[in-house]
Design a protein around this ligand. Sequence first.
Ligand code: SF4
Length: 699
Amino acid sequence: MQPISGLPAVQTFDTHCPYCALQCGMSLVRGGPELTVMARDFPTNRGGLCQKGWTAAEVLHRPDRLTSPLVRDHKGGALRPAAWDEALDRITSAIRAVQSEYGPDAVGVFGGGGLTNEKAYSLGKFARVALGTTQIDYNGRFCMSSAAAASIKAFGIDRGLPFPLADIERAGAILLVGSNVAETMPPLMQYFEAQQKNRGSLIVVDPRRTATAAAATLHLQITPGTDLALANGLLYIAIKQNFLDDEFIRSRTSGFEAVRRAVSSYWPDRVERITGIPEKQLNAAARLLGEASSAMILTARGPEQQSKGVDTVLAFINLALALGKPGKLYSGYGCLTGQGNGQGGREHGQKADQLPGYRKIDNADDRSYIASVWGVAEQTIPGPGRSAYEMFDSLGTDGGVRGLLVFGSNPAISVPRAGHTLQRLRALDFLCVSDFFVSDTAELADVILPSAQWAEEEGTMTNLEGRVVLRRRATQPPAGVRSDLESIQAIAERLGFGEFFSSEAREVFAEVRRASAGGAADYYGVTYERIEREDGVFWPCAAEDHPGTPALFADRFATPDGRARFYPVEHRSAAEEPDDEYPLYLTTGRVIQHYQSGTQTRRVNQLRDAVPESFVEMHPSMAASYGIASGDLVRVTTRRGTALVKAQLTPAIRMDTLFMPFHFGGPGQANLLTNPALDPVSRMPEFKVCAARIEKGSE
Ligand code: SF4
């Protein structure tokens, strides 16, 4: 590691953890050749870090770090080191060849929810300006897109949490749906613990009795895929028990009567049959929420990663609105965003239907404004493209994407129906991957670009609260490594569009500010200097003297008439329910040690040693009925494929449900099994529920 020249030998840099959307504050300290992590007091983590954060610097020093581009001379050939010029020339000639034979949309771009705002913005602009393609999407499509779509419908804007995290500890009641905070964002648990100490009640909805559920006032151990019925059922009880805020409904919302009619058939014994939650618990949950002076409903991937994810979130928003909570102190609806820049990554144009500032690519005014910022003719900006799974499904097909550039993502692990996805990736004419390591996706690439890591470059991230934070550069990247901004600029240059791009994060951020000005996600008043001074700035922030907006909706919602919208929604089955052939539910999620596809955390000794491979969690009674003991190899099969994993037995899971972590590749890869059934609005795949069968396996 090279120190930054001109600075003293011992240096401390305040920055943020490279992983999840909590964006915990940490300091990187250099006392010798390597950087070490120190926790620091930041409003989100208040000095806490999880084991992923504590060990994050180890990834910077890994010996298998890529320090040179790698190229493959022909399909099936070996990867070999190459000079940057050769690699960049290969990329641009492949782009030209594919586009001249199949047209501009035959080249696609896939980004990530961990990229900085500057990178996400540059990637979206690169696709539209330098490639002229409609085909760009990102892995946040697989995370928060259902909650984002529902929030836009109901509130007119998507900011995961419309209030700061600190509000959690003052909430009288919280309904936390499908989130295992104790494992995914451990420092966040201190807010829920404080809330309960303040005599607040915490209701957790989860098919597993997770560490989060075990700490709750009430755990609703729901049947996978039935959250929508639960929300409608709770609203039914709230109506019967007169918990509604009639004045709020009358003065600040529209559409309630249609919802009242829609939930009139969700009486408790019917909801008990659908959800598996006893009527007594349904009544208790409704009472805790309805009688609390302040209450929050928070959703995460459990209810969102369903083929009815948008309607499910709308059902919970209906409940929050009927109780009169959004826009009130310590109250409202929020989504717990997962990926490090899952929020900013969905605001600045790397999504198939979107332009920077949360503008829409099919809106004439939005197109015209962005064209003026980019200095291009409006008609040259392509229209909307395919969503993430649909793009992967099209790879190498007639009319599909034939050349793909992947930045900051590992779709070989994270896309559902992975066996099919791998086939499609192999069918590409050309694949370029930019990563720190030879990831599972990079193993298939024709060109790999070695990219800089979080501590080696600067940039901004937007956390789950909508707080824009600053990553500082604490060290130089290893020789031979470049930042993604440099790579994007260099490819654009070779394609004849270099003047439109900058490799300097501060210059790109200045453009993000202009491009987002006046949009829903307005960053115009956010500067690097303000972020440093103020521990982050909440958007919208329209001017440098604007204080930022920690809490939204106090006076009006972001809809044209200022009212929040109710939407009547009906329960429907998951795309695939258990049957005689596949009698069990399979759900997927995370473990505390690993992050996303594990490209980074699977390389950290302490984390890998703790959980080195995938597993399937099942109830001991279920295991006994199959003759399976703890540690036995199990074949888990769905209509997409089979995974071979070791059994972990726990009474904390429902008797009809299997759980697998999605961080691993190889024979135990969870996404070999998952169902790509898509939500019709958000195009979110149904990661959280499908039908499976098990049998005792062998190597
Ligand atoms: Fe904090 Fe998330 Fe990093 Fe853990 S992974 S230290 S919770 S930002």
